[in-house]
Design a protein around this ligand. Structure first.
Ligand SMILES: [Fe+2]
Ligand SMILES: [Fe+2]
Length: 145
């Protein structure tokens, strides 16, 4: 086992927390912007993503506190594209999920072989974000044909 770089771990967890909190705002916004015949299922999907993002932010925050760090009070910047057709919402969601996935991968580089607990947490988060990416790619598939 390696020694855990606690400072770097807290730093990445804080970036994850800020990004997941931005996800709460982003997906809540999207849920309010969906119109058209697919509104009902997509609103449900966006609300579920907002709730999951909050749960992920809280989990990251708990880990920061556990490591005696200070959880951030900020959220990551969110770009308003003013594109609110369904395809744009889904494409931006996909981009968001890929960025989240990459943050967890950055965390894995730091925690793997240094903390079993944090490594398992990070791997399961990577799994969750990979599932979101797959889901969004499936939702976008209709549009590319
Ligand atoms: Fe997440
Ligand atoms: Fe996600």
């Amino acid at each position: 086992m390696r020694d855990l770089d606690i400072e770097r771990t807290i730093e990445i967890l804080n970036r994850i927390m800020e990004y997941e909190l931005a996800g709460v705002v982003r997906y809540t916004h999207y849920s309010l912007m969906v119109t058209g015949p697919n509104r009902i299922p997509i609103v449900t999907f966006m609300n579920a993503q907002a709730q999951e993002s909050l749960a992920h932010a809280q989990q990251a925050g708990e880990l920061i506190t556990g490591l005696e760090g200070h959880p951030s009070l900020s959220i990551a910047p969110i770009h308003e594209s003013h594109q609110h057709d369904l395809r744009a919402l889904l494409e931006e969601s996909l981009e968001h999920e890929i960025t989240a996935l990459n943050l967890y991968k950055d965390l894995l580089d730091v925690v793997q072989d240094a903390s079993i607990y944090l490594e398992e947490y990070t791997r399961s988060q990577i799994g969750a974000e990979e599932r979101h990416v797959i889901e969004l790619k499936m939702m976008l598939r209709d549009y590319s044909g």
